[in-house]
Design a protein around this ligand. Structure first.
Ligand SMILES: [Zn+2]
Length: 256
């Protein structure tokens, strides 16, 4: 028996793919996904199939209908191998929303307005109940950059942020010239970039080498925060956008 945790839930479909949150962790992050499957019926079937070993708390279909599959108190299996600020058990520390969209391999259609409205309202409800920080609303690709690209560069992070969901700043437009770092580079500029990405939360190597793992993180950053050019190269506009983001984070209270 599953009692809806949110008044926005219109349907319950219980998934058996759950366990207990570990180490006393409570939801501090909200992870947004796309399903990557052709229909919402198929998505819900997979998310409730014991053989698939995946689940999530909520599914939002294209019309904005919200189905709850896992109680928020339970640990859903949505994040997989992932990392944020060094925490690797994201499933224990988060709530997951799957947004119905066939994904990049299925033509990657736009997210309909009604669906985004429902994602916004459900996210606001969850964020307010757990007092989550704005910067704790993340893409699956942010926490698993080497494996995941969802919900992708078409996702309207800007619109959500205007409504109070997530942390976002206007990105600097991509420009030619200036800083340009890419795969294979190895110097103190790469080190500095890695340290700033890690300071924001990304699980990025800090080797000073622009390796493939670093490139995946750069691509994840671009999809979320500078979607005008998702090319895996670190340029001045990426660096400026990241500094704006870090600058816009709430400051810890100064003790005087
Ligand atoms: Zn996902």
């Amino acid at each position: 028996m599953l009692t809806p945790d949110s008044p926005l839930v219109s349907r319950i479909h219980v998934s058996p793919n759950i366990d207990e949150r570990r180490r006393g962790l409570t939801p501090a992050l909200l992870i947004l996904h796309y399903t990557g499957l052709p229909t919402v019926e198929r998505s819900i079937e997979v998310l409730a199939d014991p053989r698939c070993k995946v689940s999530c708390h909520y599914v939002v279909d294209e019309t904005g209908r919200v189905t709850q599959m896992v109680a928020e108190a339970q640990r859903a299996w949505q994040a997989g191998v992932s990392s944020w600020f060094g925490e690797t058990d994201i499933n224990s520390a988060s709530i997951g929303i799957e947004i119905q969209n066939p994904g990049h391999s299925g033509g990657y259609p736009d997210f309909p307005a009604a669906q985004m409205t429902a994602v916004r309202d459900l996210s606001l409800d969850i964020i307010q109940r757990y007092t989550m920080p704005a910067a704790g609303v993340l893409a699956h690709s942010d926490i698993a950059p080497a494996r995941k690209i969802d919900p992708g560069e078409k996702f309207d992070w800007q619109g959500l942020a205007k409504a109070g969901v997530g942390h976002w700043v206007p990105p600097e437009s991509p420009s030619e010239g200036g800083l340009k770092l890419g795969l294979g580079d190895k110097d103190e500029c790469v080190s500095a970039m890695q340290q700033r990405l890690a300071a924001y939360g990304y699980g990025v190597p800090t080797s000073g080498e622009f390796d493939i793992a670093t490139q995946y993180v750069v691509i994840a950053f671009q999809r979320h925060f500078r979607p005008a050019r998702v090319d895996g190269c670190w340029d001045a506009s990426c660096a400026t956008t990241l500094e704006r983001l870090i600058e816009a984070l709430p400051k810890p209270e100064l003790i005087t």
